[in-house]
Design a protein around this ligand. Structure first.
Ligand code: TTP
Ligand code: CA
Length: 364
C-alpha cells in the first residue's frame, strides 16, 4: 500500500479567535468566551480563551467568576458563546479544505482530517508546502489561523498537531512515526482515558513505547479483542482508518445580514433564498434527506429567535425548504413587531440512503 499523507487541521483558540475576528481591537487583550447560565451575572463556565488569557491560567471549563478573578486588573473582554456565528466560520473553512483534499472528515466544529496523498504525490516535503498554502488561503479568505499535523495516518497526524500550537505545522514522516510516539505518555492515544491509564500503569506501561513492546495477546486478555488490538496497533503507529465524512452532520445552516433592517417578508425572502441555495448545495453534495427546516432571526435589538417545522416525510428538494422558510417567516413576522437584522436557514434531521460502516474512532 502506498504511504498515505493525512493532515489534521485544528483551529487555534477557536471561539475566542472568532470573536477577535469581528472585534479586531481586542486582539492584544485577554479574551474569554463563556457559557453564561444566567443565574447570577457571572455564573457559568469558560468555553475557551485566547492565548493571552491562558497566560493568566484561564482554562476551558473553569467557572467564569474564577476567570474574572484571575484576569482582575487587566483589560480582559468576555463574550457569550455564539454557536451560529462560529458554525458559519467553521463551514466556510471546511469548504476551503474540500478544495484541497480527496476526502475530508470533520470531527468537531474546529477539527478536520484531510487526505492529501494524491495532491502531494505521497511526498512529505510537498505536504509541508501544501499545508502552508492551505493556511495562507484560509487566513486570507476567512481570517482564521489553525494548526496542522501531518502524518501517515489519522492517529499520527492528530498527535503531531497537538505537539505545537498555535499556528503550528508539525510533520511526522511514516518512517519517523514510531520514534515520534515512543516517549509520549499512553494517554495521548485516542481512547486511553483515566481508567485505562491507571490499568496500564499497573501493568508497567507508561509510555507509548512500553505499550508498543507489550505482548499483544496479553493486551487482548485485559482489554478485550477490539481494544487490545487497537492499543497494540496505535502504539506501533499503525492506523488504517480512512478519512471519510462521519455519520451524518447534525445540521446544515447559513446565516446572512440583511442589506437593511426590515419587517418586509419579500425583502427577507430574497435573502433567505440566497441562503437556501447554499444550504441546498451542501445537502445535495452529501446526499442527505432532511426532516426539519428552521429559520433563525436576529432582531435590531440583537435578540435572536428561531422557529422550525418538522415534515411528515423526509424531503430533499429546494422547493420544500423555500416553501417552509416562507411559512415560518410569515408566522414569525405576524408575531413580532421588531425589525429584523440577520436571518438564517437551517435544515436538520438527516438521513442518508447508503449505510456506512462504523469506524473504530466512532467506537470511543
Ligand atoms: P479546543 O480545540 O479544545 O480548544 P481551542 O480551539 O479553544 O484552543 P486550541 O485548539 O488553540 O488549544 O476546543 C475547540 C472549541 O470548543 C473551543 O474554541 C471552545 C469549545 N470548547 C468548549 O466550549 N468547552 C470546552 O471545555 C472545550 C475544551 C472546548
Ligand atoms: Ca482548536
Amino acid at each position: 500500500m502506498q504511504t498515505r499523507i493525512i493532515m489534521l487541521a485544528d483551529f487555534d483558540y477557536f471561539f475566542a479567535q472568532c470573536e477577535e475576528l469581528r472585534n479586531p481591537t481586542i486582539k492584544d487583550k485577554p479574551v474569554v468566551v463563556g457559557v453564561y447560565s444566567g443565574r447570577t451575572e457571572d455564573s457559568g463556565a469558560v468555553s475557551t480563551s485566547n492565548y493571552i488569557a491562558r497566560k493568566y491560567s484561564v482554562k476551558s471549563g473553569m467557572p467564569l467568576f474564577l476567570a474574572k478573578r484571575k484576569l482582575e486588573g487587566t483589560d480582559a473582554v468576555f463574550f457569550h458563546v455564539d454557536h451560529e456565528y462560529y458554525d458559519q466560520i467553521s463551514s466556510s473553512i471546511m469548504d476551503i479544505f474540500r478544495q484541497y483534499a480527496t476526502s475530508i472528515e470533520q470531527v468537531s466544529i474546529d477539527e478536520a482530517y484531510l487526505d492529501v496523498t494524491e495532491q502531494v504525490e505521497g511526498n512529505f516535503e510537498k505536504a509541508r508546502e501544501y499545508a502552508q498554502k492551505i493556511k495562507v488561503h484560509v487566513k486570507a479568505q476567512v481570517g482564521i489561523t489553525f494548526t496542522i499535523g501531518v502524518g501517515p495516518n489519522k492517529l499520527v497526524a492528530k498527535i503531531a498537531c497537538d505537539s505545537q500550537k498555535p499556528d503550528g505545522l508539525t510533520i511526522v514522516r511514516a518512517e519517523d512515526a514510531k520514534v515520534f510516539l515512543a516517549p509520549l505518555p499512553v494517554d495521548r492515544l485516542l481512547g486511553v482515558g483515566k481508567k485505562t491509564t491507571q490499568r496500564m500503569e499497573q501493568m508497567g506501561i507508561k509510555t507509548i513505547s512500553d505499550l508498543a513492546k507489550y505482548d499483544c495477546q496479553r493486551l487482548i486478555e485485559v482489554f478485550g479483542k477490539i481494544l487490545g488490538i487497537y492499543f497494540h496497533n496505535a502504539a506501533n503507529a499503525v492506523d488504517n482508518e480512512p478519512v471519510q465524512e462521519q455519520g451524518e452532520a447534525e445540521s446544515i445552516s447559513k446565516i446572512g445580514t440583511l442589506k437593511q433592517d426590515t419587517h418586509d417578508l419579500e425583502f427577507i425572502l430574497q435573502k433567505t433564498d440566497e441562503l437556501t441555495e447554499f444550504v441546498y448545495k451542501e445537502v445535495t453534495e452529501k446526499a442527505y434527506s432532511f426532516k426539519t427546516i428552521s429559520v433563525y432571526v436576529v432582531n435590531i435589538d440583537l435578540s435572536s429567535k428561531s422557529r422550525s417545522v418538522t415534515l411528515e416525510q423526509p424531503a430533499k428538494d429546494k422547493e420544500t425548504i423555500k416553501r417552509n422558510v416562507r411559512m415560518l417567516f410569515e408566522k414569525y413576522l405576524a408575531e413580532s413587531e421588531l425589525d429584523v437584522r440577520r436571518v438564517g436557514v437551517r435544515v436538520s434531521g438527516f438521513s442518508k440512503e447508503e449505510h456506512r460502516q462504523r469506524q473504530l474512532t466512532n467506537f470511543f
